[in-house]
Ligand binder design. Structure first.
Ligand SMILES: Nc1ncnc2c1ncn2[C@@H]1O[C@H](COP(=O)(O)OP(=O)(O)OP(=O)(O)O)[C@@H](O)[C@H]1O
Length: 705
């Protein structure tokens, strides 16, 4: 219940007092239509609705609107505000309803004016306030123009339906065309303008956004399999053999890895010159016809022979999914290889059906065994080199590290998402090294993707994770992704094992691996810069109310069942931070896409400072505080360093887009690698252990939850 109210409160809040409330209201009405067909010209009905309903009220009840209401209308030179207008509408409507309920107005009254009695029944049956308003206006339409009776039969039929929800929807559906016609005649200018706006936010055919790709009949090969099944390997073989090609991966770490692998070559492959393109980096390798990039950077304006998009199950990710949708629909390649887990098959089929490319699916099995152990881990002494203990907070990770190192004498490498990718990679190399026969890994779910790890056994210390807002259980897909890291074909430990610290968790893991993954059902979309720009122009939204664009676009956007709109929350938070700056919409859009976590004060302050300097000075420099990289010995120092790294990273991300303004690129790059070195030293230092007060092993505390 709590969760539901969280979802609904902001949603409703969005409508109250919003000057675009009417538009949103009608949007919510037509969304109820099967197939969500957009009724022409619906949106402006309530722009003048106080007067409209006033006259409607007068017609039906025979009374004028109260003096009090009238004075509210008259007191505004430019008409009433929407909020007032809504209040007035409600009052007028109430009057109408009251009179009808008192039977002051009889069926005969309506019939004599050509109003079908079924409409009255429909209105009474309908508890939804929005629908009541719609119906009230339809009543008024009938009262003034009895020739508009095309829908009478439909309405009559629908209002006799038993199910009241269905009744409400069908009544809405029947009323909308009447309303639409009426509005188009009454407010032609506004309706026309509204049509143009709706065209901008019509996201029902995103496949048409990529004409270069649509010019090619692409051959799409979908590689479906669990982790460690060789699907990426197969796709990369095709990439290497191509004259030109592009790899699009979910992480910088993966983009780096493919970039290096192609450039180096190995005993079975000659080297292939390959550029690197990530949010923060861009290389120019001589003669390179290949690119390895992070999926958000996918160039859809350039042709390649072969494209590879990795981890396509992320088409369902709430925040980043748009990048996969864009890459899959937009890559202008002759041959497109998509790699994903079994949950991605349905949605990829739907997308390729839209692009009308050819699709073949290749299925893969794991290359080596993966076994869920019978017994849970009961003592740290049971740990062996090659084990990976998974925990979900940084504090937990370090406590485990300290306990393990003290009690077993084994050394722990550490990997978590907050560490710079360079450090994550160094820690993984250290762990993989075949000479380190005393190595354990303690890690968060950051090991799930992007690192080649030689793990013998994955041990879940918990299945609960804090996602930034609340503590929630890992999904079956996450459990499989993390657990599947145990055992790697061709490594020291080809056969993988999985266990847990808690018995209940172990049971859950067993069930997860024996069940099927729920399919990803929709692919994410996000408005492109030009759509945002056009929308702002049509709506005459100035630079100063940039942050309002996102809610308005979300409320009007037309997205069909194959797609969903990715979350706007982070983008909105960034938009609010730069709201008052004299920057173009285009520049503000770029700033909003910057990967800053606005919930972290140091990051949000730095982002605001960079944006302000960009707007007012045209030259952005690192501050003194951002240049300070001191040796770290404890928990707090580490946090500071991670934070400094992230700020330098944001600086370099922005520098890629505003090269002339961000003049400290060299310095930032140098400081960023210094941060990595210090962090790496700190992680390997025994001094770190002293910053934790962990006298007892965590395994000796209650295991059975
Ligand atoms: N035919 C092959 N010959 C040699 N090595 C292979 C072959 N197939 C796969 N491998 C190796 O096995 C490992 C797993 O393969 P790959 O990364 O392609 O799996 P995957 O299914 O994409 O899994 P994940 O999604 O976990 O990355 C890699 O180290 C890869 O190089």
């Amino acid at each position: 219940m709590l969760k539901i109210s969280f979802l609904f409160v902001p949603f409703r809040k969005k409508f109250v007092g919003n000057r675009y409330r009417e538009t949103a209201l009608f949007h919510s009405l037509w969304k109820r239509l099967p197939g969500r067909k957009q009724p022409k010209g619906l949106y402006y009905f309530f722009t003048d609705k106080s007067q409209e309903l006033e006259s409607c009220s007068k017609q039906i009840t025979g009374h004028n609107t109260s003096i009090e209401d009238k004075s509210a209308i008259d007191s505004k030179n430019d008409g009433v505000t929407c909020e007032e207008s809504n209040k007035l509408s409600a009052k007028c409507l109430k009057q109408v309803l009251k009179r009808v309920e008192k039977e002051d107005i009889t069926k005969e009254y309506f019939q004599s004016r050509g109003i079908p009695p079924s409409l009255l029944v429909a209105r009474k049956a309908c508890k939804d306030e929005q629908l009541q308003r719609t119906l009230a206006s339809v009543l008024s339409e009938y009262a003034t123009n009895s020739s508009s009776t095309k829908n009478v039969d439909r309405i009559q039929r629908m209002t006799t339906t038993e199910n009241s929800d269905q009744k409400g929807d069908e009544v809405t559906m029947a009323c909308l065309p009447v309303l639409a016609k009426y509005l188009e005649e009454k407010y032609p200018k506004q309706v026309h303008a509204q049509h143009r706006i709706l065209k901008v936010v019509d996201f029902s055919h995103p496949e048409d956004w990529y004409p270069l790709a649509r010019d090619i009949k692409r051959k799409v090969i979908l590689h479906i399999g669990p982790t460690n099944s060789g699907k990426t390997h197969a796709a990369l073989e095709a990439l290497r053999a191509a004259q030109s090609g592009i790899y699009c991966g979910p992480l910088r770490l993966l983009a780096w890895e493919i970039h290096e692998r192609l450039n180096k070559g190995d005993e079975n492959h000659h080297s292939v010159p390959c550029d690197l393109l990530t949010g923060q980096e861009q290389t120019e390798i001589p003669n390179a016809q290949h690119i390895s990039c992070t999926v958000e950077m996918t160039p859809v304006y350039k042709r390649f022979q072969v494209g590879v998009v990795d981890e396509v199950q992320l088409l369902g990710d709430n925040e980043r999914a748009w990048a996969w949708t864009r890459a899959i629909l937009g890559l202008a390649v002759e041959e497109l290889h998509l790699c994903g887990d079994p949950s991605s098959e349905n949605i990829v089929r739907k997308l390729i059906n839209r692009t009308q490319d050819s699709l073949s699916v290749q299925y893969y099995e794991r290359l080596s065994s993966l076994t869920v152990e019978e017994n849970r881990l009961t003592s740290l002494q049971q740990l062996q080199a090659g084990d990976c203990l998974v925990a979900f907070s940084k504090a937990d990770l370090f406590k485990w590290k300290v306990d393990i190192e003290r009690e077993t004498g084994l050394n722990c490498s550490v990997i978590y998402g907050g560490l710079p990718p360079e450090v994550r990679r160094q820690q993984s190399i250290q762990f993989n090294n075949s000479n380190s026969s005393d190595r354990i890994l303690v890690a968060t779910d950051a090991i799930g993707m992007g690192l080649n790890l030689n793990i013998r056994r994955v041990i879940f210390s918990s299945l609960l994770k804090f996602d930034g807002k609340e503590v929630c259980s890992l999904s079956p897909s996450q459990v499989r992704q993390i657990g599947g890291r145990a055992g790697r074909f061709g490594s020291l430990f080809p056969d993988g094992l999985i266990t847990a610290v808690n018995q209940e968790d172990l049971e859950y893991i067993r069930q997860t691996f024996s069940g099927k993954l729920a399919p990803v059902s929709q692919a994410g979309l996000f408005p492109t810069a030009d759509k945002v720009q056009l929308f702002a122009e049509e709506k005459a939204i100035g630079r100063s109310s940039f942050s309002s664009i996102w809610d308005e676009m979300a409320s009007l956007a037309q997205v069909d069942g194959t797609f969903f709109l990715c979350s706007f929350e982070n983008v909105k938070a960034r938009a609010q931070a730069i709201e008052d700056l004299p920057l173009s919409i285009e520049t503000k859009y770029i700033l909003c896409m910057c990967p800053v976590d606005m919930d972290i004060p140091r990051q949000s302050v730095a982002f605001s400072e960079f944006s302000r300097e960009l707007a007012f000075e045209g030259c952005v420099r690192l501050t003194k505080a951002m240049r300070q990289v001191y040796p770290a010995e404890n928990w707090k120092d580490m946090n500071d360093l991670e934070s400094t790294y992230k700020i330098l990273d944001i600086y370099l991300w922005l520098a890629q887009r505003f090269k002339d303004a961000f003049v400290d690129i060299e310095n930032a790059t140098m400081l960023r690698s210094k941060c990595c070195k210090v962090l790496q030293n700190c992680l390997n230092s025994r001094k770190l252990a002293k910053s934790f007060d962990s006298k007892k092993t965590r395994l000796s505390k209650g295991k059975k939850r």
